[in-house]
Design a protein around this ligand. Structure first.
Ligand code: FAD
Ligand code: NAI
Length: 476
């Protein structure tokens, strides 16, 4: 029997589950379908983010950072440790517990907000009298009907041609989060966000990590000055990063591990032999099993669902959000789109400001930014002023023992409006929020420079960088 809903959301990642909650809050009768299974076969909503992305990677980053601190920095504080060891099984178990807490939290939120949850695969089954029919195939099979459908089916890891993921030796993000023992040697292809975060985790735990990157420039999307500072720090920590390589082949066997043949930046042929290899070369939008073609849902040349600025697809009352559409593949971008679409369905005017979406790379030092980079401003011939402030001159950073990096402000040369803020250093992930608020409210650098910031705090570096735009830092 058909169950009739105002809104059916396909996919329960951050785009989908948040869209469903917002739609329900707005009084729409809402269902969310998600097929992710936990190790017992039960539902595990939260998508890539919760199960094999943001949450477990941050759990392992935290554990491995504690290990790094204990091994290399506790002594600076006069704390002595004997026989430091890492129990990888326990560390992975803790990570799994954190993931489960998040899965359970989403199921609780569905109940609280009266969202009907269906565990299984959702697919377009057709349309009758302007109402969509969505089949759910799971433990039980049923058909739902919906006035509006929100597709939030996410993305999957891109494999290197000829090197399929086996999750034993050739690992996607999924396998990279489940390595059962610290490998002696670990290769990573792609010095992007996952490569740097996961490479850092296993390097901190003792692996000899080599990252092979195809492009000649390190973190090309990041402000050049910030990327250079981060690169310096990573190399000092022991991450080996080779830029401008061309991968020729990847072979693997149980005895000798993984062998990667490649040409280096100068064209010399080389081989890297490692126990395990993480391939992190980007992600592809996921529309598998959605029956998109049968109903004429248009995809673009990258396989993403084609949408307009408001996340409308080419089909009436079918919307799409998150990794499965254009734009940055970030959980908070997916969430914002989910909220905006739910509000549009309810007749409101939801809006996502793509100019103020923050980025964070959770390495140590952390990297974060919002707005334009200096190279982007130069490329568009913008008249701008820049101000930087090093954490070396910040009292709290010194007390923390973490003085790597800086805060950098870019502001319009005439109006002083903030055009971009770039941070590399301690708690950059938290510090960036102030810059996002400032840019959302079209603040000037002077606005931040005149706001009282607590002392001693890392946020004083933000204030000082804003002062630096006008060449009047107080502590440097
Ligand atoms: P997803 O989270 O991929 O969710 C899609 C869901 O839909 C999945 O549960 C899937 O099973 C389900 N699904 C798919 N098809 C169907 C179907 N036909 N029927 C039913 N269910 C279906 N982003 C950040 O902002 N911060 C981070 O720190 C961060 N760290 C990351 C670390 C890693 C290792 C990875 C891989 C990604 C990370 N990301 C991070 C990116 C983030 O995970 C994604 O941008 C985010 O999950 C996208 O959300 P989504 O809802 O669009 O899709
Ligand atoms: P990415 O796009 O960040 O990095 C991929 C890297 O691989 C790029 O530097 C690219 O030049 C390189 N590359 C591509 N093909 C290659 C090849 N054949 N040989 C060598 N190098 C090659 O993608 P990544 O790291 O896989 O992450 C996917 C996405 O997941 C990110 O773009 C981001 O949107 C999201 N993510 C976000 C995180 C965060 O917000 N902290 C953390 C992890 C992932």
């Amino acid at each position: 029997m058909s169950k009739a809903f105002d809104v059916v959301v396909i996919g329960g990642g951050p785009g989908g589950y948040i869209a469903a909650i917002r739609a329900a809050q707005l009084g729409l009768h809402t269902a969310c379908i998600d097929e992710w299974k936990n190790d017992k076969g039960g539902p595990a909503p939260g998508g890539t983010c919760t199960n094999v992305g943001c949450i477990p990677s941050k759990a392992l980053l935290q554990s491995s950072e504690h290990f790094e601190q204990a091994g290399h920095h506790f002594a600076d504080h006069g704390i002595g440790l004997k026989d430091l060891s890492i129990d990888v099984k326990k560390m992975l178990g803790r990570k799994d517990t954190v993931v489960k807490q998040n899965n359970d939290g989403i199921l609780y939120l569905f109940k609280k907000n009266k969202v009907s949850f269906f565990h299984g695969r959702g697919a377009f089954a057709g349309q009758k009298d302007g109402v969509w029919e969505i089949s759910v195939t799971g433990a039980a099979s049923e058909t739902l009907s919906a006035r509006h459908v929100i597709v939030a089916t996410g993305s999957n890891a891109r494999a290197l041609p000829g090197a399929a993921f086996d999750e034993e030796r050739i690992l996607s993000n999924d396998g990279a989060l489940r390595i059962g023992a610290v490998p002696k040697t670990l290769g990573v292809i792609g010095a992007g966000v996952i490569g740097l975060e996961m490479g850092s985790v296993w390097r901190r735990l003792g692996a000899d990590v080599t990252i092979l990157e195809g492009l000649p420039t390190f973190l090309g999307a990041v402000d050049e000055q910030i990327a250079k500072e981060a690169h310096k720090a990573f190399v000092k920590q022991g991450l080996k990063i080779e830029m401008g390589v061309k991968i020729a082949s990847v072979t693997s066997d149980a005895k000798s591990g993984v062998s990667i043949a490649y040409a280096d930046a100068k064209g010399a042929e080389k081989t890297l032999q490692v126990e395990r290899l993480i391939v992190s070369i980007g992600r592809v939008p996921n529309t598998i099993g959605l029956n998109a073609e049968a109903v004429g849902l248009k995809l673009d040349e990258r396989g993403a669902i084609q949408v307009d600025g408001d996340c409308r697809t080419n089909l009436a009352n079918v919307w799409a959000v998150g990794d499965v559409v254009r734009g940055p593949m970030l959980a908070h971008k997916a969430e914002e789109e989910g909220v905006a679409v739910a509000e549009r369905i309810a007749g409101q005017h939801g809006h996502v400001n793509f100019n103020t979406i923050p980025w964070v790379i959770y390495t140590s030092p952390e990297i974060s930014w919002v707005g334009e980079t200096e190279q982007q401003l130069k490329a568009r011939g913008a008249a701008y002023k820049a101000g930087t402030f090093p954490f070396m001159a910040n009292g709290r950073a010194r007390a923390l023992g973490d003085t790597t990096g800086m805060v950098k402000f870019l502001a319009d040369a005439v109006t002083d409006e903030i055009l971009g803020v770039h941070i590399v250093g301690p708690f950059a992930s938290e510090l960036i929020a102030e810059a996002v608020v400032a840019m959302e409210f079209k603040a000037s650098a002077e606005d931040i420079a005149r706001i009282c910031h607590a002392h001693p705090s890392l946020s004083e570096a933000t204030k000082e960088a804003a002062l630096a735009v006008d060449k009047r830092t107080l502590n440097f």
